[in-house]
Design a protein around this ligand. Sequence first.
Ligand code: ZN
Length: 189
Amino acid sequence: MPKGLFVMDGSKRSTHGNAYFTGFGKAKRIVFYDTLLERLTVAEIEAVLAHELGHFKHRDILVSFARLALLSLAVFWWLGVAAKAPWLSAALGLPQSDAVGLVVAMICLSPLEVILAPLGNWLSNRAESRADQYAASMTGGGDALSSALLKLSRDNASTLTPDPLYVLFRYSHPPVPVRIERLRRAAGD
Ligand SMILES: [Zn+2]
């Protein structure tokens, strides 16, 4: 279980309300912004806490860290190989040198970001929905979490109706109405 529950002086930084789960092993912790504690009811705070515990239950932090580590390994492997490959610089009509090779290898990686961003967001959105369902099951339905999410999106001034394509490329969390709809569906109403 997480070792610590922390309150961060988020109000000194911005009016955004937030909470997050972080760390591994003995350093696991859940952090609440003080702004969030001020604005949410006790039931809503419990629901947000249960959502963060849902991430812990499903090992989301560990899995995303492992994914990032593997991706970094692949990127460094590619940079190592491609920077030394004479055909790559030659294909662009450039002289072969380690420096040129490295720049060209990095440029070749940018299309990969376009493919990986939606994939990463899809995985993250799935983890968020799972954590929402966990929170609903722990707090007797999704009502408290739904109202907490609405309050948070209001405080964060986030739009409730983002463009789906924009969501695919930019959103690591499903839009709030989608989360509330899923909670309702899971509760059967
Ligand atoms: Zn979450």
